[in-house]
Design a binder for this molecule. Sequence first.
Ligand code: CO
Length: 301
Amino acid sequence: MIRSVDSEGLEKLRRAGRIASECREWARENIRPGVQVRHVLETVEEMIRERGGAPAFPTQSSRNCIAAHYCSAPEDPMTYEIGDCVKVDVGVHVDGYIGDTACSVDLSEDGTWQPLVDASANALAAAIATVGDGVAVRDVGAAIERTIVGAGFEPIRNLTGHGLERWKVHTSPQIPNYAEGGSGRLKEGMVIAIEPFASTGRGYIQERGRAEVFMMQRPPRKAKGLDREVLAVIQSWRGLPIARRYFRDLDPDVVEATLSKLTRQGSLMRFPPLVEEEGVMTTQCEHSLYLGPNGVEVLTA
Ligand code: CO
């Protein structure tokens, strides 16, 4: 189902995309050994607000074998280290219209991970070159797979690009990072995010570790025992993903109790880090695209 964007919505999409792109570039320049991960995430989120947007999801920055969904805890002291291979994933919304973009940074001293960084970036460029009205999704996946395998790495097969709709970060179509995973065709009017991941390992991730990112997927069935302040914070995000960091001003025990009750009710989804095997390195590169009547527009260029 495509809900086409009106001209006002398109302007908001473009603004969200521009803000996301500026913040991604700031992060690319400022992710350095010794810098705190949390500093980067919080600064990006401040920059998003200064520019008139809001985070469409908590800014995330995953190191090394963690491919995605690493988000700092409220007091996370972790720093980037020499030798790291780092991803940063930025989501911005303007009135619910979302821009989603990511890049990777090689923090080795001798450029060890640069070919891996280039592989996901080149795969994204190859994918964008194939995109158009009526194009089979599997052809986009094939372009990604060909580029990454050609560079000597594996695409991560159980992570995919996705459609973007107002207030919804992950909608159909799924845009897989390999040919076999794709079905259906792209259509004019779609807004999509393409996000190739390249890996030095097998190309499969699994959930591992404590979740810092949450999303309300349906309203709670029972309000009993839920803290009103915590609930108000969650509901103010209108179904967009949020981080435990967003509750910093509230009593942590009360926050935890309400988060677990909501999870048990099936109201809240948790997103733990998505991790390849130990010792494997991963990169990601992502843009949001609008398939307009006059061609493809890269919103986060
Ligand atoms: Co995305």
